[in-house]
Design a protein. Structure first.
Ligand SMILES: *Cc1c(COP(=O)(O)O)cnc(C)c1O
Length: 354
């Protein structure tokens, strides 16, 4: 089996023929001549299929690409019968949490929020549930779940298990190999990698789930569009290289932060390239620090080549359990020494002499 470097580069390309293009031609068409496999643009486009081929090979499943990570999540949640019980983290991606809370209030689902790190608490709620949604590591606290145990027990109870694999990526975690039914990625992040496109993917080896989720995508028109698919495909060619580089940088930065003054706590699971930390200071200090950096931008999102940080609680939707002065840092691919001097400079300029 080829390595992920090779898969990311070699797959998802047009057939070879003389003067044929190396890259997938982007075709802007809402409709196609009859008799073929696509038919209409809400059902498919070649750049999207090529991108799906690459992601599927990394996740070891069959992949459907969407217009965003959130539309991918909506397609999953939409196939559950009304009244289904969904277990998910009480912290985690804010858009996912907001969706589950809203659907609960509207009596569409029964949402049970749990501490995903507390395996016993999750297992206690499993009986009778329809979906266990596991985000590990969690955003932005970087808590990790006991994935194998959760999957084994959930499958024994007949519960569908879905993973949000955005932070770990298939380079450090392969949910489908562990027995999960679904692995979701916000391809906006590491797969595309340049903060210039929204995209999402759902991978699965369950034919029934695949068909239901694909049908949902067809009727809602949430398929990844040709130009966006082209950008995502170009980005994913270098995903393994970027991710490993960013991960090395993140390990270095987390060690530096752990032994630095003014830092109360560093959250980093030892893999991936996102970390978060609490400062010994006020939320206003945290905002000022994020605005003081010259290299790192104060902006939301993650997974791009450029490092970003922000105070998470500036967002209304963020869980109230996240500390007010917590800064989330998405470590990019710059030189780690430059990154550390920027971080040190920003922290010192606000907290020195306080
Ligand atoms: C960004 C993100 C999403 C949502 O993806 P979009 O592409 O922004 O819609 C879902 N889960 C996690 C963990 C994310 O970081």
């Amino acid at each position: 089996m080829a390595s992920y470097y090779t898969k990311a580069i070699a797959l998802g390309r047009p057939k070879k023929y003389e003067d044929g293009p190396l890259n997938t031609p982007v075709s802007f068409n809402s409709t196609y001549h009859a008799g073929g496999t696509i038919g209409y643009a809400r059902y498919g486009n070649t750049a999207c299929s090529d991108f799906e081929e690459v992601v599927g090979s990394l996740e070891n499943g069959k992949t459907l690409a969407f217009s965003s990570g959130m539309s991918a999540f909506q397609a999953i949640i939409n196939i559950l019968p009304v009244g289904s019980t969904v277990i998910s983290s009480n912290q985690g991606y804010a858009g996912v949490n907001a969706t589950l809370h809203k659907m609960h209030l509207e009596n569409k689902i029964n949402f049970i929020p749990v501490n995903i790190e507390n395996t016993a608490e999750v297992l206690e709620n499993l009986v009778g549930a329809s979906l266990l949604w596991v985000e590990t590591p969690t955003n932005p606290m970087l808590k990790t779940a006991d994935s194998e145990r959760l999957i084994d027990r959930a499958k024994a109870e007949g519960v569908i298990v879905g993973f949000d694999n955005t932070f770990a990526t298939p380079l450090t975690q392969k949910p489908l190999d562990l027995g999960a039914d679904i692995s979701l990625n916000s391809a906006t992040k590491y797969f595309a990698g340049h903060s210039d496109v929204l995209a999402g993917t759902v991978s699965t080896n369950n034919k029934d789930l695949y068909e239901k989720i694909e049908f949902n995508r067809k009727i809602n028109g949430t398929i990844l569009q040709p130009f966006e698919a082209f950008l995502a495909l170009r980005g994913i060619r270098t995903f393994p290289l970027r991710f490993e580089r960013a991960q090395d940088n993140a390990r270095f930065i987390s060690e530096k932060l752990k032994s630095y003054d003014y830092i109360k706590k560093v959250n980093y699971p030892g893999y991936g390239a996102v970390l978060s930390f609490e400062i010994n200071g006020t939320p206003e200090d945290a905002e000022k620090i994020c605005n003081s950096s010259r290299l790192i931008s104060n902006a939301t999102s993650l997974g791009g080549v450029e490092s970003l940080w922000e105070r998470r609680r500036r967002w209304e939707l963020e869980s109230k359990t996240v500390p007010e002065s917590l800064i989330r840092l998405s470590v990019g691919c710059e030189c780690k020494f430059d990154l550390w001097s920027d971080i040190k400079y920003s922290i010192d300029s606000i907290l020195f002499e306080k």
